[in-house]
Design a protein around this ligand. Structure first.
Ligand code: ABC
Ligand code: CA
Length: 472
């Protein structure tokens, strides 16, 4: 699928090993041990109802190729990022037919498959690594010579030295070599066609020279979204020129900071978004917005305040980017830094009758309704009208007006938005509670909240066309 076809999607991110087992069993899974816990592609197929019931229409799975086998200083390669052979699949997750069945099962539901891929490195278990264990790059000359990245301000070092350490070196592929380039381009093209992949998440993008990426993305032939782990829009911006999209790390940092305490700075979040809107190739539209992922402590390890959690979770669904949610957030998983943030989802019982499952389901439905009601919703950049207070924030993307606050559960937020762009006296509904209010005679709103909860206002008329939440 093309970048344009991904715009209206919302993505559920899973680590295959931790999402679902083939037979639906629930083996124990101690994250601190960093071992394979038993999740498979077949298991995922069996749990697509759970994902689709929340309203997601795309699934991002962890890397699929064969990895380092056995134990290392940092455990086993259950996460899939320790490639040894790009031409074989990781048999812990199933067979080629299983992966094809996953792709087919998703497509039968109108959902997309996104696969995570690593180009930057192969992974060794000793120093120097055993180059002959790598496929198809099995000679030392296929790699940059050994040096570990230590100065992230030196871009040449970032691109040509190695990540990891001497215990588990991420042996840096020589992506300046023409044979390597051709092999990688052919590989991504086959991977996408063999498994009918709809989109590709590219790992460690900033660790490969920028001009490697356009041909690689073209060879993939589908939507590409890259990981550039940096908090500066000015740094990340350059990568929006070479692949379709980037994960929106620059706004992730202020997002977490804004909502993890009542002292968080909401205007810093808005300011970062505005910088990205004006400096990225397609503004914020071609980015992926997320609150959590497999590399960062879960948000609920930072705060347990249910109102702060709901506000922060709302953000990715009400702004310009493609929303991405990391599995387990809906079950209130609260693991800290890697590896604690990679809990097995089966231990939750996949219970659907839970507040955050309902919350995300409603947010997905509201987004769908907004898309249906305004055919320029997906290309209209969000604005941040003033609200009259530092602890509240308004996000306007017609026909949707999201009202967030970071006062927490014991606060009673109030938003006064004089220029919300609604019709005079128009009837609106907060889709999170199905409570109705009316715009004022200027199309603005004054909203008194409770319990620190966010609100997502949409005109009743927009909801009824979509025949969805709160419409009866
Ligand atoms: C393993 C263990 C860890 C242990 C580590 C040494 O080894 O699990 O507990 O601490 C995979 C696995 C990991 C594994 C690693 C290394 O491999 O998933 O569990 O860690 O063996 C991607 C993936 C990630 C994956 C890899 C490797 C890359 O999403 O899951 O990890 O294929 C860098 C890379 C980034 C990478 C990330 C983990 O490391 O750039 O692509 N993610 C600074 C640097 C960043 C750097 C980051 C790491 O530190 O600039 O480049 O990311 O912590 C902001 C700045 C940022 C700064 C942050 C901290 O602050 O703007 O630049 O980031 O203000
Ligand atoms: Ca590199």
């Amino acid at each position: 699928a093309s970048a344009d076809e991904w715009r209206n999607r919302t993505i559920y991110q899973v680590i295959t090993d931790r999402f679902a087992t083939s037979d639906g069993s629930s083996p124990s899974c101690d994250t601190s041990q960093r071992q394979y816990c038993g999740g498979t592609w077949k298991g995922l197929v069996g749990k697509l109802d759970y994902i689709q019931n929340m309203g997601f229409d795309a699934v991002w799975i962890s890397p699929v190729v064969a990895n380092v086998e056995g134990n290392t200083t940092y455990g086993e390669a259950f996460h899939g990022y320790w490639t040894q052979d790009i031409n074989s699949l990781n048999s812990h997750f199933g067979t080629a037919d299983d992966l094809k069945s996953l792709s087919t099962a998703l497509h039968n539901r109108g959902m997309y498959l996104m696969v995570d891929v690593v180009v930057n490195h192969m992974v060794g278990t000793a120093d120097p690594p055993n180059f002959s264990a790598f496929q198809p790059f099995s000679s030392q000359s296929d790699f940059h010579s050994e040096c570990f990245v230590s100065n992230y301000d030196n871009q040449t070092e970032v691109e040509q030295c190695w990540l990891g350490d001497k215990n588990v070196p991420l042996v840096d592929i020589n992506t300046e070599d023409n044979n390597v380039v051709t092999t990688m381009n052919n590989w991504i093209s086959s991977l996408v066609s063999n498994y009918s992949v709809d989109g590709v998440r590219i790992d460690t993008v900033k660790h490969v020279r920028k001009d490697f990426w356009p041909d690689f993305a073209k060879s993939a032939g589908v939507f590409t979204i890259g990981e550039v782990l940096n908090n500066e829009t000015s740094y990340v911006s350059a990568y929006t020129q070479v692949i379709d999209a980037v994960l929106d790390y620059p706004s992730w940092f202020p997002l977490v900071a804004a909502f993890q305490t009542s002292n968080g700075n909401l205007s810093a979040l808005a300011a970062t978004v505005q910088q990205a809107q004006s400096s990225y190739k397609d503004g914020e539209f071609m980015t992926g917005a997320f609150l959590e992922n497999h590399d960062q402590p879960r948000f609920q390890s930072l705060t347990q305040d249910s109102a702060l959690v709901k506000n922060a979770m709302t953000w990715p669904f009400v702004q310009d980017a493609i929303p991405i949610m990391y599995y387990g957030q809906e079950q209130s998983y609260a693991g800290g830094a890697d590896p604690a943030n990679r809990e097995a989802l089966w231990l939750s019982g996949y219970v659907e009758d839970k507040p955050l499952v309902t919350h995300v389901k409603t947010l997905n439905a509201a987004r769908k309704a907004a898309i249906a009601a305004n055919n320029s919703f997906l290309t209209t950049a969000v604005k941040f009208p003033s609200t009259g207070s530092d602890s509240t924030m308004a996000i306007l993307k017609p026909p949707m007006l999201a009202l967030l606050s970071n006062g927490g559960s014991s606060s009673t937020p109030k938003w006064t938005v004089s220029d919300a762009g609604f019709q005079a006296n128009e009837e609106l509904v907060d889709v999170l509670t199905c409570t109705k209010i009316n715009a004022d005679s200027n199309g603005g709103v004054t909203v008194q909240g409770s319990g620190g909860s966010p609100q997502v206002l949409i005109p009743t008329s927009a909801l009824s066309t979509a025949g969805t939440t709160c419409s009866s």
